[in-house]
Write a protein that binds this ligand. Structure first.
Ligand code: IPE
Ligand code: IPE
Ligand code: MG
Length: 250
């Protein structure tokens, strides 16, 4: 059986956790039951990332577009987040897992956000594993926000438009202190990015599985990581260059 190479683990994995509704539908349950079972998969992937030593995990839990869903489903998702925060808090603290938010606090029910914000504060000093929850998140919105923050720096005289490099811009993204995105996983077979991490996806490896999110647990996560480790990341170079470490342009 294939074994994971501990020296070639991705440093940053992002997951589009999709397929909760279909999982429930297949069992003649309501969609919320699918989200509840999906929360168990969130626990499982956090635990696996911690155990095998992946330092950064970004989980897409609620998009800007998800506000268009039926009101009762949206409400149920925020209540589920609150229950998740309450039940996981002791384990997160014990395992020194840092939790952060990627997205817009504006719009998230205030009482839920208050509990989320206090978990973020309590875990801010931890660095064993960082879990970024993408909530009320959109990739285009993140890029616009970064552009506005840069413009504000220019207006305040802290820099000039000509200082705008990739590095300078990235400082204003939610991923400012996070390594490059190595691997994007999407469950439930959809081949689209749904407004997730648009900037950061530039050179990420993409893994799409038919498995629905509530069925995605440790074995499925390990399979995705093994698939990642079988790939050759060329970053524009040729295979021969990578294998013989010939310097570029020679
Ligand atoms: C993903 O599952 C969870 C969220 C988007 C919150 P879905 O609810 O999108 O499940 P499907 O795509 O309808 O099966
Ligand atoms: C993407 O899933 C958002 C999350 C997983 C939170 P969706 O189910 O909302 O994506 P689309 O709308 O089918 O692309
Ligand atoms: Mg979906």
């Amino acid at each position: 059986m294939d074994r994971l190479d501990p020296n070639r683990l991705p440093r940053h994995v992002a997951i589009i956790m999709d397929g909760n509704g279909r999982w429930a539908q297949k069992r003649l349950l309501n969609r919320v039951a699918g989200h509840e079972e999906g929360a168990e998969s969130v626990r499982a992937v956090i635990e696996t990332a911690r155990r095998i030593g992946i330092p950064h995990l970004t989980l897409y839990a609620f998009s800007k577009e998800n506000w268009q869903r039926p009101k009762h489903e949206v409400q149920a998702l925020w209540q589920l987040l609150r229950r998740f925060i309450r039940s996981e808090r002791p384990k997160l603290l014990e395992n020194r897992i840092r939790v952060r938010h990627f997205g817009d606090p504006e719009g998230i029910p205030e009482d839920v956000y208050a509990e989320f914000a206090s978990l973020i504060r309590e875990t801010a000093g931890f660095d064993k594993l960082t879990v970024n929850l993408a909530l009320n998140y959109g990739g285009r919105q993140e890029i616009l926000r970064a552009a506005a923050l840069f413009a504000e720096d220019v207006r305040a005289g802290r820099c000039n438009p000509s200082d705008l490099t990739q590095e300078a811009f990235e400082k204003h993204l939610f991923t400012a202190d996070t390594p490059e995105l190595d691997l994007l996983i999407r469950t439930s077979g959809e081949c689209r990015v749904s407004n997730f991490l648009l900037w950061q996806l530039a050179y990420a490896e993409i893994y799409i599985t038919e498995t629905l999110w509530p069925d995605f647990r440790e074995p499925q996560f390990i399979e995705a990581l093994l698939d990642y480790q079988r790939r050759e990341r060329r970053f524009g170079k040729t295979s021969e260059q990578l294998r013989s470490s010939i310097p570029p342009n020679s």
